[in-house]
Ligand binder design. Structure first.
Ligand SMILES: O=c1[nH]c(=O)c2[nH]c(=O)[nH]c2[nH]1
Length: 293
């Protein structure tokens, strides 16, 4: 008989929006929550017995009930509360992994009182992944799709050339990317106070942007390392960061057919293919744990 391997189940992409009404001033948290539970689940796969199966429908309901009961202080805190509930509440559930995406909303600035009108932030999606096995926590926070561009201070030359190389060397190019970053917190023990998730998110995001802007770049790889190192250096609570940076190529358009000179002014922003530069930056002595795929 074939062996059942790793298995997990739960409700994926429960969209929950929580509005807090502070008098006339409202606050929004908008999450997409995916729960994956595993444990003593052989029977449901092998014989179809549902005796250990908490329905995924219940998982979804729990997300909504917890949004009401404890509120949403941060994606990390919300994920921790959910993971703890499933692992400690059901004998058969041994581990829980909760993945959360958060969509930002900004207040619409108007001359009048804009206390309940919002525009969805066009910038990044915040992410959090919480895993709990009943003893230890692993919290990986991050962001996706934070698009940044340097219009100078980027060079690329001195690279390997073989018979297929056509790329010209450049001493001044546009460097643009969409930052995908995940950082793992050192915190793993309930008996230690948890980090201030909101604060550390804002700080790490600020570090990434500052390092991108301040690095005179000889390659996107070098910029990536500087961004990761800035977070590791500045944030002792973070042990590891994984960055995935698509190189959003901006190619100079050849305007000579029109008798025009293109002095680093007009670019074709290519959509694909794109170079994809990825690496993990770690605190000294730390073993990598963030998945590389
Ligand atoms: O920063 C870069 N790194 C590369 O590895 C690479 N390869 C390439 O074609 N352009 C670039 N740019």
């Amino acid at each position: 008989m074939p062996t059942l391997g790793q298995n997990q189940y739960g409700k994926a992409e429960t969209r929950v929006v929580r509005i807090v009404r502070d008098g006339a001033v409202h606050h929004i948290r908008d999450l997409n929550v995916s729960v994956a539970l595993s444990g003593d689940m052989d029977e449901v796969h092998l014989s179809g017995s549902n005796a250990n199966v908490l329905p995924t429908d219940t998982t979804k309901n729990t997300v909504y009930a917890f949004a009401k009961e404890g509120g949403i202080a941060s994606p990390e805190e919300f994920g921790i509360r959910l993971a703890r509930h499933f692992v400690t509440g059901q004998e058969a559930i041994r581990t829980a992994r909760v993945r959360i995406e958060e969509y930002g909303w900004e207040r619409i600035a108007t001359a009048g009182a804009a206390r309940h009108s919002f525009v969805r932030s066009g910038q990044e999606t915040r992410t959090a992944q919480v895993a709990f096995d009943g003893e230890r926590w692993e919290v990986i926070s991050g962001l996706m799709d934070l698009t940044v561009l340097n219009s100078t201070d980027s060079e690329f030359h001195g690279f390997v050339k073989d018979e297929y190389t056509t790329l010209p060397e450049t001493r001044d190019r546009v460097l643009a990317t969409e930052v995908h970053a995940r950082w793992r917190h050192g915190w793993c023990d309930d008996r230690e106070p948890a980090p201030d998730w909101e604060r550390i998110y804002a700080d790490a995001r600020g570090d990434l942007l500052a390092a991108f802007a301040e690095t005179y770049s000889l390659s996107l790889q070098q910029t990536l390392y500087e961004m990761g190192a800035r977070v590791i250096d500045n944030r002792p609570a973070i042990d590891e960061i994984r960055l995935s940076l698509p190189n959003k190529h901006h190619f100079l358009v050849d305007l000579t057919p029109f008798g025009l000179k293109n002095d680093n002014e007009v670019y074709f922003a290519a959509d694909r293919p794109y170079g994809l530069i990825e690496a993990t930056v770690l605190r000294d002595g730390v073993r990598p744990r963030i998945a590389t795929d």
